[in-house]
Ligand binder design. Structure first.
Ligand SMILES: C[S@@+](CC[C@H](N)C(=O)[O-])C[C@H]1O[C@@H](n2cnc3c(N)ncnc32)[C@H](O)[C@@H]1O
Length: 314
């Protein structure tokens, strides 16, 4: 992925949350407290979005945005809101189960850190230019204490960068969240990251979203049109890696991580009403996995199955 400019895809994903602030069907899926901070970051990365927010009446802007969504990637907005709600729930369950450190890998601009319950320390690992925007937005808003860890995970070892991070305790039970990250990395980088997650000194839990290949074997969101493929390629932010559920399960197990749940939004979307409800699978799944020592107290943890267990590939 290109640097030093901030990640555009992360800003586009974050901007979809802004659309939902008063959405009757999906509004309950977003953490509304985070939206002003999301907006600060989006305005920095996408000045055109800021201009539209300032000059186009809100009802018109929403209509235009959802019309564009229908054309380029149907149910894109609902997909991300569902994904984030499911991850937030699994994250809260992990913290309730005693994970006192949360490491957000490829954190982007969605301000997920603001949804981490108090009592857990938050670390964000991201590319430096993307992180700089985020750092500025969070500082302006003075909302959450986050330790920023600038790193390119396609090169640097996660283990090394965390070891060098003040305040990171290698012996504390830790949750790692990789939402919307793995698809941008090659398989060698993914294996290095997965190898660095388990540690015999602590319990480790992982929440990772990943893209399954579509019917033609392409690694992309299944509903997106070619124009999105083209834009991602032009930005240098195209997907590189994908796996089906069995492939990811096998890869996690090779690194000492056992899958506790495999979640798909098509199931969870059943509870949504109206026209925002996704009508087909996005192709992206969420795996929740833990290391052997991390499963010791799992039975006490709140359920993470708002997205139904789905062991087949999407
Ligand atoms: C699509 S965004 C997802 C952001 C956020 N997690 C979300 O779901 O909204 C991808 C994120 O991964 C980060 N990223 C991509 N390649 C990376 C790399 N090699 N090392 C570290 N972070 C990377 C980007 O900077 C960006 O924040």
């Amino acid at each position: 992925m290109s640097e030093p400019r901030p990640n555009v895809t992360a800003a586009v994903v974050a901007s979809t949350l802004l659309l939902l602030r008063d959405d009757a069907a999906l509004g309950h899926l977003v953490d509304r407290r985070s939206l002003p901070v999301v907006e600060l970051a989006v305005r920095q990365v996408l000045p055109s979005a800021g201009w539209m927010l300032d000059h186009v009446p809100w009802p018109v802007l929403r209509r235009l945005a959802f019309a564009a969504e229908k054309l380029v990637s149907p149910s894109f907005v609902a997909h991300y809101a569902l994904r984030k709600a499911a991850i937030r729930e699994a994250m809260r369950a992990a913290v309730a189960d005693g994970h006192r450190q949360v490491v957000l890998l490829g954190a982007g601009f969605d301000m997920m850190s603001m949804s981490v319950p108090d009592g857990a320390r938050v670390f964000e690992v991201d590319l430096p230019a993307t992180q700089e925007i985020k750092r500025h937005a969070l500082r302006e808003a003075r909302v959450r204490d986050v330790t920023f860890v600038p790193a390119d995970l396609s090169r640097a070892r996660l283990r090394d960068v965390l070891r060098a991070t003040p305040g990171f305790d290698a012996a504390a039970d830790t949750l790692f969240v990789a939402e919307g990250l793995l698809m941008y990395l090659d398989v060698a980088a993914i294996d290095r990251i997965l190898a660095d997650l388990p540690c015999e000194r602590r319990r480790t839990r992982v929440i990772a979203s990943f893209v399954t290949p579509d019917a033609r074997g392409r690694v992309r969101m299944h509903s997106q049109r070619r124009v999105v493929d083209l834009c991602m390629t032009l930005l240098g932010e195209e997907f590189v890696w994908g796996a089906d559920a069995a492939g990811l399960r096998e890869r996690l197990e090779r690194h000492g991580l056992r899958v506790d749940a495999m979640l798909a939004n098509a199931d969870y979307a059943g509870s949504l009403a109206g026209r925002r409800k996704p009508t087909r699978s996005s192709g992206e799944l969420i795996a929740v996995a833990s290391s052997a020592s991390g499963r010791a107290r799992r039975d006490d943890a709140p359920s993470t199955t708002s997205w139904r267990e789905n062991t087949s590939s999407a």
